[in-house]
Design a protein around this ligand. Structure first.
Ligand code: PLP
Length: 353
């Protein structure tokens, strides 16, 4: 498919790279493509960033039939631009599509389209340390219809947003509230999809955690409230004794690409790595036995987010010695060095633009 290109008549001024936040500024152009049953996915185009006109009855607004991805473009010291495992994002987006009854797309074409967009917007990839260009591919149901069924028409779009360093004040452990009042997802639901409703459903628990002075919630499984699932919108890891543990993918956990990268590096480094059930009681017992060495979250935004404290039913578990643990530090360094091209890409994770 040929990608039609319409350039913006005037370009926005670029923000200063050392004063970027997250998700407030958007670049000059976006990618758009449509789906209908007669034409399939068609009319791919890059055009000026603009509103998407929609009828008030548009299905995504009512029933949340929509999916998205989040990845980043990084600028290397030489000024080149690169992506980190982008094929995995498009594979996961197609998996989210299947779970939400959205027609799948050609992953190879989508990556090519993203690269084309990034070539046009390359000057928007910031160059200050730890900054990047956040990429948000999204698919939404477009039928103007109030009946409950899968939409017949869809819009796929990609928008780009320059983002600042996640740790402007340095890499410090966060405090987490274990919630037994709310669950993120349940077995048989759509927890493993990056779909709109999962995020709406997490807001109240997040608000309560913030009010109590915590950065995020730790989610337990939705059936027994016993097994650890995720932390906020990150995957979670524990170092107990000499074992690196993350909950096994069970359908309600989002299969993070950073999670997968941590597992690969852990195995490569010869660590004892486990994907298995881990109960909150096991974490409490490990803490009591002095074996709870590290806890960290993993995700594209923060890469690694060290956890310094858990509050479980009013009981405070402090992790390690209160500083960022050595494995958290080592993983953060290893992954970011690959992303920014300062270390050799021995895992074959980098895609050059
Ligand atoms: C996106 C996401 C993650 C992390 O996935 P990455 O691919 O590592 O960015 C984890 N949990 C949830 C709920 C997410 O939405």
């Amino acid at each position: 498919m040929e990608i039609a290109i319409t350039k913006a008549a005037s370009l926005k001024s670029k923000p200063e790279a050392d004063r970027l936040g997250f998700g407030t500024l958007f670049t000059d152009h976006m990618f758009n493509m449509d789906y209908d049953p007669e034409n399939g996915w068609h009319h791919p185009r890059i055009e000026p960033y603009d509103a998407i006109p929609m009828d008030p009855s548009t299905m995504v607004l009512h029933y949340g039939q929509g999916v998205f991805e989040g990845l980043k473009a990084y600028r290397t010291a030489e000024g080149n631009i690169q992506l980190f495992r982008p094929q995995e994002n498009f594979k996961r987006l197609n998996n989210s599509c299947r779970l939400l009854c959205i027609p799948e797309f050609d992953e190879t074409f989508m990556l090519a389209a993203l690269k084309r967009l990034l070539e046009i917007e390359k000057d928007w990839v910031p160059n200050a340390p730890e900054t990047s260009l956040y990429i948000r591919p999204t698919i939404i149901a477009m039928d103007p219809f109030l009946g409950v069924r899968a939409s017949h028409t869809y819009r796929y779009f990609i928008i780009l947003s320059p983002v600042g360093a996640y740790y402007p004040e340095g890499f410090n452990p966060i405090k987490i509230l274990v919630t037994r009042e709310h669950v993120r997802a349940v077995r048989g639901g759509v927890g493993e999809a990056k779909t709109l409703g999962n995020y709406a459903a997490s807001l109240l628990a997040g608000d309560k955690a913030h009010q109590a002075g915590y950065t995020q919630v730790l989610w337990l499984d939705g059936v027994e409230l016993k097994y650890v699932e995720e932390v906020g919108s990150m995957n979670i890891f524990f170092v107990i004794g000499d074992e690196l543990i993350t909950p096994a993918l069970n359908g309600s956990i989002l299969p993070g690409i950073t999670r997968d990268s941590v597992l690969d590096l852990g195995r490569k480094w010869g660590l004892k790595v486990s994907e298995r059930l881990i109960s909150i009681d096991e974490v409490v017992n490990a803490h009591e036995a002095g074996q709870l060495k590290e806890i960290f979250g993993s995700g594209t935004a923060a890469v690694i987010s060290p956890v310094g404290e858990l509050n479980y039913d009013g009981r405070i578990l402090s992790v390690g010695d209160g500083n960022v643990g050595p494995l958290s530090q080592k993983l953060y360094k290893a992954i970011t060095e690959i992303q920014y091209g300062t270390a050799e890409d021995a895992m074959g994770w980098v895609e050059h633009i």
